[in-house]
Design a protein. Structure first.
Length: 202
């Protein structure tokens, strides 16, 4: 069995993909395993996951043209990536526990049609999306499938949202591109700060 360290050591930001791509059933299996494992506060899973595969080139182009990355990068990363997975806001349906707590006066903005897209609500949602993306990436790396991240998103309009299978007014929050890396060159231009600048023991 591959160790956790080995799996995460394989991770690299990928923007250039081979024409060969993972079978859809493999991606479906990874998404299912990720969904089964990912934690979520009160198990509401307050986000929607949309998968654009090799048969969705038009939708990929629409999505890429809405990102600030398209302004500075002419490589058409989204178009060339076999799979694009994007996360968007979702009005959560309260489960039995949450319904009970709401009846006792607890507030759940993620279940409130007027509040689930507010910036304050999305702080928690974005953390949960990050956990989903991390687990998904680990399962992909285990099978030597590469994943890239994109948060350079520009606000979508309702008419564009219809092409991207979004409910009215929902926001795209985070994007993954998935496939086999075509670039073996490691990016050394972006360096992390020293750990002592980030982690403090008291």
């Amino acid at each position: 069995m591959t160790s956790v360290l080995e799996v995460f050591s394989k991770r690299r930001q990928t923007k250039d993909f081979k024409s060969k791509f993972p079978e859809q059933k493999i991606i479906k299996q990874i998404i299912q395993k990720t969904f089964d494992l990912v934690p979520s506060k009160q198990n509401l899973v307050p986000y929607k996951v949309t998968v654009l595969g090799p048969d969705n080139p038009i939708e990929k182009d629409i999505l890429e043209n809405l990102t600030s990355a398209a302004i500075i990068d002419s490589r058409k990363v989204f178009h060339n990536a076999p799979y694009i997975i994007f996360f968007s806001t979702r009005l959560s349906k309260p489960n039995d526990l949450v319904q009970y707590l709401m009846s006792k006066g607890h507030l759940y903005p993620k279940c409130d049609v007027d509040r689930y897209k507010e910036d304050g609500t999305l702080l928690d949602v974005n953390i949960e999306i990050g956990m989903f993306a991390t687990i998904f990436t680990a399962f992909c790396n285990e099978k030597n499938i590469d994943v890239g991240y994109c948060s350079c998103y520009v606000k979508n309009t309702d008419d564009i949202g219809n092409y991207l299978f979004l409910d009215n007014g929902d926001k795209i929050l985070f994007i993954l591109y998935v496939g086999y890396n075509n670039n073996t060159r490691k990016n050394t231009s972006e360096q992390k700060p020293n750990i002592n600048e980030v982690v403090f023991w008291k």
